[in-house]
Design a protein around this ligand. Structure first.
Ligand SMILES: NC(=O)C1=CN([C@@H]2O[C@H](COP(=O)(O)OP(=O)(O)OC[C@H]3O[C@@H](n4cnc5c(N)ncnc54)[C@H](OP(=O)(O)O)[C@@H]3O)[C@@H](O)[C@H]2O)C=CC1
Ligand SMILES: CCCCCCCCCCCCCCCC(=O)[C@@H](N)CO
Length: 798
């Protein structure tokens, strides 16, 4: 009192101020923490519960004592998730769990699902329904396919949840199911995204579907007040970036600028996101944001929506525009800057990517790594970053070519689980993007059969039946042997070939054995090859994937690289690698195109058609051909991800990522970002082409590199011992590669399509080695320069 009087503050004002503070604290929920969503003994139905956040939520709610009904399409993954959920149960003897397979994008799927859930639950409807199932197809709005993608996103994200909410509300709000106003309320929970609070470029097809959920939720939050005897609470959860299988999928179509803008948004694991969401629901929040930033965004858009806390949300809401003033300036600056440095955004890149989405779901999938319990790990294991897809009709292989290829490999369809309905009617897979053309559908279906990436990614926009009962058996990509042809690459254009006499004994033996194996394999598959050759002759002038190159072109005399002029630019080598008709648009691509190429691009899955309509993918291809092998492969390459067989970097380019990770994903997930140190392999000068071994760090030299490495004579860096023998084959890296190839060739199942891949790839390796040997021998006899050795001193790089 004394103090107040001395300060001259009248008592009523002081009391008022104190009251306000108490009210504020109370309003902030610091007193009396009640659990507004108890789940113990209650039944929770979760859509999208087999993976990502939905799965984590199911596990956590099971641990809190809930009975759980999981909903998703793929039965195999539902069963895995169910096992994980069961394992997490607080009281395994009393809690019950089940799953229902359903596609939430199917018209009025929800009434069936709710009916099945009620039947399973002894005639009682679930008490809590959480709509998590969702997808995202980020594209620029003017990209091809963006509108179809938008419809698909709307069907899954909005209508999938809208339908479910309606089906369950018709149960809950039925007068026959009145519980009285005092009863524990039911909960309908929608899952939106922070993008429904703050939109950024590149999510045009997705963001509106999540904003739509807000509109519906606001409507329902008012509408449920019509039914006081049937208390229902509505909620919307707003996650930011979740490191989930879904994120990995969406990153395949994500524009580079989008990746750039969201890279500072800290990604969270599905477990963390689910935990925070559940905590918010237990606090009784209507809009549940999961982070500080998310809460700022939430408070920035409240409009006429119910507040979690009127005082707090309003105060924060006043402040948020100040942040946005700066955030928008910065972001728009970034966007403008992007075009300045990268040029006009490619408009065509997306077409291929989106139209393939529904297709992916129609091939059976296999899931390696099923023992992993973390969905994050699972996603990394089970779904690669590989971004190879059947091309659109106009680019790469035409539909007819692919269909022809399928005909040539008819047996593969049987071996690789193309669903019967798809075999019978391939066109059906395109129903939901309204792709009429039979040949394209058939072709794309054919490509899907050949494409193990698609197989493993099949989960995408699936027709549930197609995915079902697939287990995790045949075609498991991580188990699929493939020969790393890095050595062949190097030998093809950048290194020296050893005479057989100089080979170390084990390698020699291995090579012999390999040749025998290959000869054997070749006999076995001669028939199909002949067939294939016929097909290919018809399309020889078109873009061919490298596999066919290996099988046909390279085996024809006169087409061998060695017969061609020795100095090849990156662009020429790209063509030699089987990539025709490239749009060289970006500055980086233009520059790399002119540089001397160092290797052929060898695809891990030779039959796949890469989307080279996307400009950054052309950059990746060129970088792969022109760059240097990383000292240690990035994690993705190490795991066998990415389109090409080796981890290649170009100093100071592609934001430090490797070429594989730059492809389609613009390097977002390249582990080189962790080390910021994607170094090439100067410790292996023998296998590095002369032009780059010494001068990699000096771009001017690289541009000026005068001759093909194979033609250059040896330099001081080789210590003058530039003897052809042992130069390469004693190199441990090369030995390791050959060893690995041998192991993989041995392990291959000869009856499968995978053998053909291996056969082709390994033959290329053998071809390159033999060709280099022959050339080295020939040149030595003629007193010519020895390949793989350097003209210029290379003190600078090694
Ligand atoms: N990942 C992210 O960065 C963000 C995601 N979100 C949203 O959060 C939610 C969860 O995302 P995330 O953890 O990434 O999930 P995932 O994409 O990893 O998993 C999606 C789940 O939904 C199921 N699903 C997908 N499509 C359908 C369909 N048509 N019918 C039935 N089930 C389907 C999937 O199973 P199956 O394929 O077998 O059907 C799977 O169980 C989604 O709504 C997403 O939009 C929000 C913000 C960020
Ligand atoms: C006051 C506000 C400050 C604003 C800062 C903005 C920072 C940008 C965050 C962008 C995050 C994008 C997450 C996308 C999540 C998602 O839904 C997709 N992955 C689709 O699945």
């Amino acid at each position: 009192m004394d103090t107040l009087q001395r300060l001259g503050i009248p008592l009523p004002i002081a009391t008022g101020a104190l009251g306000l503070v108490v009210a504020l604290i109370a309003a902030m929920g610091l007193f009396g923490r009640k659990n507004h969503m108890p789940v113990e003994g209650r039944t929770v139905l979760i859509t999208g519960a087999s993976e990502g956040m939905g799965r984590s939520a199911a596990i956590q709610l099971a641990a809190k004592g809930a009975h759980i009904i999981l909903v998703a399409r793929n039965v195999g993954r539902l069963e895995e998730a169910l096992a994980d959920v069961k394992a997490a149960a607080a009281s395994p003897s009393t809690q019950r769990f089940t799953y229902i397979s359903a596609d939430v994008s199917e018209h009025e799927y929800a009434s069936r699902v709710v009916a099945e859930a009620i039947a399973w639950n002894g005639g009682r409807s679930p008490d809590i329904v959480w709509c998590v199932a969702g997808m995202s197809t980020p594209l620029l709005w003017t990209d091809d396919g963006a509108l179809a993608a938008a419809r698909r996103n709307m069907d899954v994200n909005y209508f999938g949840s809208a339908d479910m909410s309606r089906a369950i509300l018709r149960e809950w709000l039925d007068p026959a199911n009145s519980t009285g106003p005092g009863a524990e309320p039911k909960h309908i929970i929608f899952t939106a995204s922070v993008l429904a609070l703050f939109a950024i470029v590149g999510y045009g097809p997705y963001t509106p579907s999540k904003w739509a959920l807000r509109g519906l939720a606001d409507t329902l939050a008012m509408e449920v007040n019509l039914y006081p005897d049937n208390p229902v609470k509505v909620h919307v959860v707003y996650p930011a970036t979740i490191v989930s299988p879904g994120l990995e999928r969406e990153n395949k179509t994500k524009p580079a600028i989008t990746l750039e803008l969201e890279k500072d948004d800290p990604p969270e694991t599905p477990d963390t996101v689910a935990r925070r969401a559940i905590a918010g629901l237990e606090r009784g929040e209507y809009f549940v944001a999961l982070s500080f930033l998310g809460n700022l965004m939430r408070c920035g858009v409240m409009g006429g929506s119910p507040r979690n806390n009127w005082v707090w949300d309003t105060l924060v809401g006043w402040f948020v525009p100040v942040i946005y003033f700066f955030v928008l300036r910065i972001m728009n600056g970034q966007v403008r800057g992007w075009t300045k440095t990268h040029g006009h955004p490619s408009k065509s890149a997306a077409k291929a990517t989106y139209h393939q989405e529904p297709l992916r779901g129609t091939v059976s999938i296999s899931r390696p790594g099923t023992s992993m319990t973390s969905s994050v790990i699972r996603s990394q294991r089970g779904r690669s970053n590989k971004v190879t897809k059947p091309g659109p009709p106009q680019r790469g292989r035409t539909p007819r070519q692919v269909a022809a290829h399928l005909a040539a490999h008819d047996d593969h369809a049987h071996n690789h689980g193309l669903p019967d309905d798809l075999k019978a009617d391939p066109g059906s897979v395109f129903d939901d993007v309204r792709m009429g053309a039979d040949d394209y559908a058939a072709a794309a279906a054919a490509a899907a059969v050949m494409d193990t990436d698609l197989t493993e990614d099949a989960h995408g926009e699936a027709e549930a039946e197609a995915d079902m009962d697939d287990g995790s058996g045949a075609g498991a990509p991580s188990g699929m042997p493939h020969v790393d042809l890095t050595a062949a690459n190097i030998l093809a254009n950048g290194g020296a070939g050893p005479p057989a006499t100089a080979m170390s004994q084990p390698v020699q033996e291995q090579l012999q054995e390999m040749q025998q194996n290959l000869a054997h394999a070749h006999q076995q598959h001669q028939h199909s090859h002949q067939h294939q050759h016929q097909q290919q002759h018809q399309h020889q002038h078109q873009h061919q994937p490298p596999a066919q190159m290996g099988a046909s072109q390279q085996m024809q005399p006169g087409h061998q690289p060695m017969d061609q002029p020795m100095v090849k630019t990156t662009e020429e080598l790209a063509r030699d690698s089987g990539y025709g008709e490239l749009n060289v648009e970006s500055a980086l691509a233009k520059r790399l195109a002119r540089e001397p190429g160092q290797r052929l691009a060898q695809q891990r899955r030779p039959e796949q058609v890469l989307n080279l309509a996307r400009r950054s993918n052309v950059e990746a291809l060129f970088a792969h051909i022109a760059g240097e092998p990383a000292r240690v492969p990035c994690k993705n390459c190490h795991k066998g991800h990415g389109p090409w067989t080796s981890c290649i970097v170009v100093d100071g380019q592609m934001c430090g990522s490797c070429a594989n990770c730059w492809f389609n994903a613009s390097g977002a997930r390249c582990s080189f970002h962790e080390t910021r140190n994607p170094q090439a392999v100067p410790q292996h000068p023998a296998i590095l082409p002369a032009t780059t071994a010494g001068l990699a760090s000096d771009p001017t030299y690289r541009f000026a590199a005068p001759t093909h490495p194979l033609l250059q004579s040896h330099g001081s860096a080789m210590g003058g011992v530039a003897h052809s023998g042992g130069l390469l084959i004693n190199n441990p890296l090369l030995q390791q590669m050959v060893n690995r190839a041998m192991v993989e060739v041995r392990a291959a199942d000869k009856a499968t399509r995978q053998l053909i891949q291996i056969e082709i790839a390994a033959k290329q390796l053998a071809l390159h080695i033999v060709e280099c040997e022959e050339m080295v021998n020939g040149q030595e006899q003629a007193g010519g320069p020895v390949p793989g050795q350097q003209v210029m001193g290379d003190d600078s790089g090694a």
